[in-house]
Ligand binder design. Sequence first.
Ligand code: NDP
Ligand code: 8X3
Length: 252
Amino acid sequence: MKKIALITGATSGIGEGCARAFARSGYDLILTGRRKELLCQLCDNLRASGAEVVSLVFDVRDRKATEAALSSLQGRWRDIDVLVNNAGLALGLDKEYEGNLDDWETMIDTNIKGLLTMTRLIVPRMVERNRGHVINIGSVAGDAAYAGGSVYCATKSAVKAVTDGLRIDVAHTAVRVTNIKPGLVETNFSRVRFHGDNDRADSVYKGIEPLTGDDIADVVLYAANAPEHVQIAEVLVLATHQANGTVIHREN
Ligand code: NDP
Ligand code: 8X3
């Protein structure tokens, strides 16, 4: 029986890269996101390459919609082997005393509460089956705050805390728990952060070769496919010219 991976936020960037990588590696997939059309296109492509794919369109901030989507899964699709909690975003780069409260709420509701909802709904079955793997997409931003990023950084620090906490809580089982912490990855992330200001988004990646969604997908897949007795607890993945959240060497 093929393994099943559920990937949140598969319509773009890292999540889309993970969907393609897991399909290539022989997994069947449950893919989620809000943008139905993009999700359907991706599912069609992956089905054409031989994977069985279920798509679930919902907003991870909406607990009832999330519960309804997951309870629509039938039969073997309920036995999820790998949960990749990837859906997330940053909004704005304002000083904490000038930040937008709506943006903060969206980041907290998506990056922390949405991730926890998915975990709470899926992990009980993993514990029952005594198998499974939760891979959370954290960030280098969770290691230390940077200027204008305090709330986003706080959400990714929270991802580290809930990942570490879950690993403790399932240590008596064969369920594995991983935090993958990327640095600069060129996706739609900065376009979303700067509310569609493409020039500002492009400037984030000027003078440095950033990571791609596929680079992160390789690491996620490595963790998922490691032997059952090997638990990759945490991985910090940076572009070669990025040293940490704030030290980035750029060629002019
Ligand atoms: P993208 O903007 O390219 O992708 C984000 C994905 O998250 C989309 O598929 C989007 O789908 C989904 N998403 C966002 N909000 C929601 C929501 N409320 N409900 C459901 N899905 C949602 O960015 P990335 O691929 O870069 O980001 C993926 C993850 O990686 C995020 O958690 C981000 O914080 C993290 N990360 C990114 C880094 C980077 O430099 N790019 C570095 C470190 C971590 P849709 O809009 O269809 O709902
Ligand atoms: C995304 C990486 O440095 O833009 O989490 O916050 S960073």
